[in-house]
Write a protein that binds this ligand. Structure first.
Ligand code: NAD
Length: 481
């Protein structure tokens, strides 16, 4: 049985309560691990350790090149243990091991990128209107950071926060989702092996309304970075008002994928599948809302349906599997309820809408790839985030109409469109109000490019140079004489 504990001030601990939680494999609901379950007491201890390490431990004063060296070392250790990490991620989430391996490669690259950036910003000297004075602008680490991550990409999302924070000179308290903590525990072990000073990296395991709430409310935390649902994000934002801590939010998405008549049909179908069926559609940037222009509509839908029929659903550890289970019984019930809603709203079910028949998959949280056509803008299945393997198709006539419809959402994380017309590429990418816009692609992301949402999809950006800057304060030093 895999086990895991909190890591506070350089020590592994069961915590004050000594309570534990069983971790289930979504493939068959079997217990695969037992980990510590903490609450406010453990979180306060971790915050105190991070505060001490920041204020008196010398971490912010450590030369940026040395911090970068440690972050780089962590990248190397992640590469060394790639296979173990990938297997842990798949046991925890049910996603295919192949997908988890890609995640681990991305994660190592993320640590390398921020390690390299650590010592690149030396500040700037600016012009001063006062004779004989000097004016400099420098960036300094923001302080103690609470980092709360979701269950869909557990270590990938944690790494987007952990790598820039450490490179910038912050100290951190990580809180993985209580249902998927295994890879965060493992990466904490690797951070210890890499040699981060005590108190710089802390990990507390436990439920959101306890551990996450304490991190958001506690006035010794200077920044709270959160990835998860909109409702939780709003709760965190309110709690963060306690000491006006900085807030970074990566929230949900309902991401339009627009297929114009002049699209390359084959490619558009390929990428539409990639856009949704990674991790059974449990992706914040899933292109689950597809809008198809009249002239290509019927051919696109027929080709998409034919391809969806061939998706192999099963155990993520089986090489033939293309799509694993959903994360939990609770989440499966949510996806099922959305399918009921869509049926009642009058969407036309073309495929799926049920669990698989295969007797081998009955204990797990599986759901079949599902396709609804003839959907309308106002339907809940179109407007709300389902977070499952469910695609809706809407028909449209003109460019103007589709832009209005694509933008008519509370979300603004990502969008994509397919066309061969360069003028349209320019016009439509300007008109779409989303943090990322893909032209003739979908769901491509890389560490060099910033990621984040317009509107209620979030606040701030992760990745890219700006992803490091989010963990800094800007100081102007004016020196006269
Ligand atoms: P969630 O909001 O339920 O939970 C996310 C994290 O918040 C978990 O660690 C949870 O324990 C914690 N939490 C719960 N209640 C809390 C509280 N009151 N205070 C503080 N923390 C609390 O989200 P989830 O179901 O784990 O993840 C799915 C959501 O995440 C989806 O909406 C998805 O779109 C979003 N997501 C967004 C991105 C992005 O980049 N924008 C990436 C991945 C996932």
């Amino acid at each position: 049985m895999i086990t895991g504990r909190h890591y506070i001030n350089g020590q592994w601990t069961d915590g004050e309560s000594g309570e534990t939680r069983d971790i289930l494999n979504p493939y068959d609901a079997s217990v695969v691990a037992r980990v510590s379950e903490g609450g406010r007491a453990e979180t306060r201890a971790a915050i105190a350790a991070a505060r001490e390490a920041f204020d008196n431990g010398g971490w912010p004063q450590t030369p940026a090149s040395e911090r970068g060296r440690l972050v780089f070392k962590l990248a190397e250790l992640i590469e060394r243990d790639r296979e173990e990490l990938a297997r842990l991620e798949s046991i925890d989430t049910g996603k295919t091991v192949e997908e988890s391996r890609w995640d681990m490669d991305d994660i190592a690259g993320i640590f390398r990128y921020f390690a390299g950036l650590a010592d690149k910003d030396g500040g700037e000297v600016i012009d001063s209107p006062v004779p004989d004075s000097t004016s400099t602008v420098v960036r300094e680490p923001v302080g103690v950071c609470g980092q709360i991550s979701p269950w869909n990409y557990p270590l990938l999302q944690a790494s987007w926060k952990m790598a820039p924070a450490l490179a910038a000179g912050c100290t951190i308290v990580m809180k993985p989702s209580e249902i998927t903590p295994l890879t965060t525990i493992k990466v904490t072990e690797l951070a210890e092996e890499a040699g981060f000073p005590k108190g710089v990296v802390n990990t507390v395991l436990g439920p959101g309304p306890e551990v996450g709430a304490e991190l958001s409310e506690n006035t010794d935390v200077d920044l709270i970075s959160f990835t998860g649902g909109i409702a939780t994000g709003k709760t965190i934002m309110r709690a963060a008002a306690s000491n006006v801590k900085k807030v970074a939010l990566e929230l949900g998405g309902k991401n339009p994928n627009i297929i114009f008549d002049d699209a390359d049909l084959e490619l558009a179908v390929d990428y539409a599948l990639n856009g949704v069926f990674f991790h059974a559609g449990q992706i914040c940037s899933a292109g689950a809302r597809i809008l198809v222009q009249e002239g290509i509509h019927d051919r696109f839908v027929a080709a998409l349906k034919a391809r969806m029929e061939r998706i192999t659903v099963g155990n993520g550890f089986d090489e033939k599997t293309q799509m694993g289970p959903l994360i939990s019984a609770e989440h499966l019930a949510k996806v099922e309820s959305y399918v009921d809603i869509a049926n009642k709203e009058g969407a036309k079910l073309l495929l799926g809408g049920c669990r698989p028949d295969d007797p081998a998959l009955q204990d797990g949280y599986f759901y079949m790839p599902t396709l609804f056509a003839e959907c309308e803008n106002h339907m809940r299945i179109v407007q709300e985030e389902v977070f499952g393997p469910v695609i809706t198709i809407e028909r449209f006539a003109s460019e103007k109409e589709v832009i209005e419809r694509a933008n008519s959402t509370i979300y603004g994380l990502s969008a994509g469109f397919w066309t061969r017309d360069p003028d349209r590429m320019e016009r439509v990418s300007k008109a779409l109000r989303f943090g990322t816009v893909w032209v003739n692609d979908f769901n491509v992301y890389f560490v060099q490019a910033p990621w984040g949402g317009y509107k209620q999809s979030g606040l701030g950006r992760e990745l890219g140079r700006i992803g490091l800057e989010e963990y800094t304060e800007v100081k102007h030093v004016f020196r006269n004489h």
